[in-house]
Design a protein around this ligand. Sequence first.
Ligand SMILES: Nc1ncnc2c1ncn2[C@@H]1O[C@H](COP(=O)(O)OP(=O)(O)O)[C@@H](O)[C@H]1O
Ligand SMILES: [Mg+2]
Length: 120
Amino acid sequence: MKLKKGYSRIVLLIGNYAIKIAKPKYGRRCNIGELHYSQLFPNSELFNKHLYTMICPVLFSFFNCWVIVMPRCKEYTGGYETDAFNTLSDNIRRHRIPAELLMQNIGWWNNKLVCFDYYQ
Ligand SMILES: Nc1ncnc2c1ncn2[C@@H]1O[C@H](COP(=O)(O)OP(=O)(O)O)[C@@H](O)[C@H]1O
Ligand SMILES: [Mg+2]
Protein backbone atom coordinates (compact mmCIF):
# COMPACT_ATOMS: atom_id res chain seq x y z
CA MET A 1 0.00 0.00 0.00
CA LYS A 2 1.19 3.51 -0.86
CA LEU A 3 0.03 6.88 0.38
CA LYS A 4 0.16 9.88 -1.97
CA LYS A 5 -0.63 13.47 -1.14
CA GLY A 6 -2.11 15.67 -3.84
CA TYR A 7 -3.18 19.28 -3.57
CA SER A 8 -6.79 18.48 -2.75
CA ARG A 9 -6.87 14.75 -2.05
CA ILE A 10 -5.03 12.08 -0.14
CA VAL A 11 -4.75 8.92 -2.18
CA LEU A 12 -4.29 5.34 -1.04
CA LEU A 13 -2.91 3.03 -3.70
CA ILE A 14 -3.94 -0.49 -2.84
CA GLY A 15 -3.65 -3.36 -5.30
CA ASN A 16 -5.23 -2.27 -8.56
CA TYR A 17 -7.17 0.60 -7.02
CA ALA A 18 -6.63 4.24 -6.15
CA ILE A 19 -8.81 5.43 -3.25
CA LYS A 20 -9.08 9.19 -3.29
CA ILE A 21 -10.10 10.85 -0.04
CA ALA A 22 -11.10 14.50 -0.19
CA LYS A 23 -9.25 17.05 1.90
CA PRO A 24 -11.47 19.82 3.28
CA LYS A 25 -12.31 22.73 0.95
CA TYR A 26 -11.70 21.59 -2.65
CA GLY A 27 -11.23 17.83 -2.48
CA ARG A 28 -14.87 16.85 -2.60
CA ARG A 29 -15.55 19.21 -5.47
CA CYS A 30 -12.80 17.45 -7.47
CA ASN A 31 -14.24 14.06 -6.62
CA ILE A 32 -17.72 15.17 -7.72
CA GLY A 33 -16.34 16.67 -10.93
CA GLU A 34 -14.45 13.52 -11.82
CA LEU A 35 -17.48 11.35 -11.12
CA HIS A 36 -19.52 13.67 -13.31
CA TYR A 37 -17.12 13.37 -16.25
CA SER A 38 -16.84 9.62 -15.80
CA GLN A 39 -20.60 9.30 -16.04
CA LEU A 40 -20.95 11.62 -19.03
CA PHE A 41 -18.51 9.78 -21.21
CA PRO A 42 -20.15 6.39 -21.56
CA ASN A 43 -23.43 8.01 -22.62
CA SER A 44 -22.16 10.63 -24.98
CA GLU A 45 -22.02 10.06 -28.73
CA LEU A 46 -19.46 12.77 -29.12
CA PHE A 47 -17.18 11.22 -26.57
CA ASN A 48 -17.80 7.60 -27.45
CA LYS A 49 -14.86 7.32 -29.81
CA HIS A 50 -12.50 8.49 -27.13
CA LEU A 51 -14.16 6.58 -24.37
CA TYR A 52 -11.69 6.40 -21.53
CA THR A 53 -8.76 7.03 -23.80
CA MET A 54 -8.01 10.14 -21.85
CA ILE A 55 -9.50 9.96 -18.39
CA CYS A 56 -9.20 7.30 -15.75
CA PRO A 57 -12.81 6.61 -14.75
CA VAL A 58 -14.34 6.79 -11.30
CA LEU A 59 -15.57 3.28 -10.46
CA PHE A 60 -17.25 3.92 -7.12
CA SER A 61 -18.08 6.83 -4.86
CA PHE A 62 -18.80 6.82 -1.14
CA PHE A 63 -20.04 9.26 1.49
CA ASN A 64 -21.41 11.82 -0.96
CA CYS A 65 -18.17 11.80 -2.92
CA TRP A 66 -15.88 12.42 0.00
CA VAL A 67 -14.25 9.20 -1.24
CA ILE A 68 -13.96 7.92 -4.80
CA VAL A 69 -12.26 4.85 -6.23
CA MET A 70 -10.47 4.64 -9.59
CA PRO A 71 -8.37 1.99 -11.26
CA ARG A 72 -4.73 2.43 -10.34
CA CYS A 73 -2.54 3.71 -13.14
CA LYS A 74 1.13 2.92 -13.68
CA GLU A 75 3.56 5.75 -13.31
CA TYR A 76 4.41 7.75 -16.43
CA THR A 77 7.95 9.06 -16.77
CA GLY A 78 8.08 9.84 -20.49
CA GLY A 79 8.03 13.64 -20.29
CA TYR A 80 6.04 16.17 -22.28
CA GLU A 81 7.29 15.38 -25.80
CA THR A 82 6.12 11.84 -26.54
CA ASP A 83 3.41 10.79 -29.01
CA ALA A 84 1.37 9.38 -26.14
CA PHE A 85 1.51 12.69 -24.29
CA ASN A 86 0.66 14.72 -27.39
CA THR A 87 -2.34 12.51 -28.17
CA LEU A 88 -3.60 12.80 -24.62
CA SER A 89 -3.05 16.53 -24.57
CA ASP A 90 -4.91 17.02 -27.89
CA ASN A 91 -7.87 14.94 -26.74
CA ILE A 92 -8.11 16.68 -23.39
CA ARG A 93 -8.07 20.07 -25.06
CA ARG A 94 -10.53 19.10 -27.80
CA HIS A 95 -13.07 17.81 -25.29
CA ARG A 96 -12.51 20.67 -22.90
CA ILE A 97 -11.72 18.50 -19.92
CA PRO A 98 -10.55 20.75 -17.08
CA ALA A 99 -7.41 18.73 -16.48
CA GLU A 100 -3.97 20.05 -15.65
CA LEU A 101 -1.65 17.79 -17.60
CA LEU A 102 1.29 17.57 -15.26
CA MET A 103 3.44 14.47 -14.80
CA GLN A 104 1.92 13.82 -11.38
CA ASN A 105 -1.61 13.77 -12.83
CA ILE A 106 -1.22 11.21 -15.61
CA GLY A 107 -0.39 7.52 -15.88
CA TRP A 108 -0.77 4.32 -17.87
CA TRP A 109 -4.05 2.48 -17.75
CA ASN A 110 -4.88 -0.38 -20.14
CA ASN A 111 -1.83 0.55 -22.21
CA LYS A 112 -3.10 4.07 -22.68
CA LEU A 113 -1.85 7.28 -21.21
CA VAL A 114 -4.72 8.83 -19.24
CA CYS A 115 -5.28 11.66 -16.80
CA PHE A 116 -6.50 10.80 -13.29
CA ASP A 117 -6.75 14.34 -11.93
CA TYR A 118 -9.25 16.10 -14.19
CA TYR A 119 -11.26 18.59 -12.20
CA GLN A 120 -10.22 21.66 -10.25
N1 LIG B 1 -5.75 6.48 -10.51
C1 LIG B 1 -4.53 6.66 -9.98
N2 LIG B 1 -3.55 5.76 -10.22
C2 LIG B 1 -2.31 5.94 -9.67
N3 LIG B 1 -1.97 6.95 -8.87
C3 LIG B 1 -2.90 7.88 -8.59
C4 LIG B 1 -4.23 7.78 -9.13
N4 LIG B 1 -4.94 8.85 -8.68
C5 LIG B 1 -4.10 9.55 -7.91
N5 LIG B 1 -2.86 8.98 -7.83
C6 LIG B 1 -1.69 9.47 -7.06
O1 LIG B 1 -2.13 10.35 -6.04
C7 LIG B 1 -1.64 11.68 -6.26
C8 LIG B 1 -2.72 12.69 -5.92
O2 LIG B 1 -3.88 12.42 -6.70
P1 LIG B 1 -4.56 13.53 -7.61
O3 LIG B 1 -5.69 12.88 -8.33
O4 LIG B 1 -3.54 14.21 -8.48
O5 LIG B 1 -5.14 14.51 -6.50
P2 LIG B 1 -5.04 16.08 -6.31
O6 LIG B 1 -6.24 16.63 -7.00
O7 LIG B 1 -5.10 16.27 -4.85
O8 LIG B 1 -3.76 16.55 -6.93
C9 LIG B 1 -1.22 11.71 -7.72
O9 LIG B 1 -0.21 12.67 -7.98
C10 LIG B 1 -0.75 10.29 -7.95
O10 LIG B 1 0.57 10.11 -7.45
MG1 LIG C 1 -2.93 16.17 -8.82
